[in-house]
Design a protein around this ligand. Sequence first.
Ligand code: SF4
Length: 352
Amino acid sequence: MPPKPLLLDQLPQDWNLGAAPAYRRQQLTEWIFQKHAENFSHMTSLPASLRQHLAANYELNPLAHVRTQGSSDTTRKFLFQLADGDYLESVLIPANPALYGGRADRFTLCVSSQVGCAYGCKFCASGLNGFRRNLTTAEILAQIMVVGRLGGEKITNLVFMGMGEPLANYQNLMTAITVINSDWGLNLGARHITVSTSGLAPRIRDLADQPRQLRLAISLHGADDDTRDRLMPVNRKYPLAQLLDACAYYQSRKNQMLTFEFILIRDVNASAAQAALLAAHAKRLNAKINLIPCNPVAGLPWQRPADVDIKKFAGILKTAGVPATVRLEKGRDIDAACGQLRLRELEAKAES
Ligand code: SF4
């Protein structure tokens, strides 16, 4: 028998509710998105006949929780198994716990959009085993809903910055964002949703043309083509000038500050010359910069720069008047570079 479709792969207007009256659709929406029901049998305000009809026609949750890893700063990493046996991970990151007596005031969930990744950035664990498949809309949404349940925290921000290139899974991403952003859905404002891309210039333009004020982050990691080519194969397809033009288009349509992500790697991109070039790009595009000192990944050769060089790099940006932060490496002790936990699970399976 073919597997049943996932309810969350469809928008509510497309759900097959059999002969149930229209108001049941709204009740079902509430059970799923507001009350976070784990299965159809929990939806006690729906008649038993409708619950049976739904259970016969749909699966509700596509993710099996495998384990949660926490770290000393309370960043938590959730590993899930998909119905086809592969794994994905989502990372829950608290903000400002020190300011609130140890309790965070905001929780950002880093969401995966694909299994593996085709883009092969040279510093990234997710690309090491290549691309497996796109996540479906339901698999994207379930990460948010299940982590919300397991973590017990209200998720206040989402970043599509986990495993995969979100803009290469554009249709499923945008359907998920429709649900996330709608008042009948997860009701999270577009300005609290960040889409991070390795630089798919045409899709950045598509994102600029859709109506929501989504935040855009660019994984830049090199301020000229030579440096970027060395780290990110995608740059050969969409070179820096084309990428920055697409960013300018986004800026012109959304009138919001962009973010450039920049991993600092010793002897690769952490020089004063790179900092000066980066500052020029950021000023032209009204971008702020997240500096991320390289997080060593087993099997990859990259080294973190010396602290003095990180400070010098950040100082050049500051002097140029570009907002920049050096990201605290939350979760460093839990394999928090995207894809590392999944990679370990796959390796362990291969060895057993
Ligand atoms: S950084 Fe992002 S786009 Fe690059 S290989 Fe990793 S997951 Fe893919």
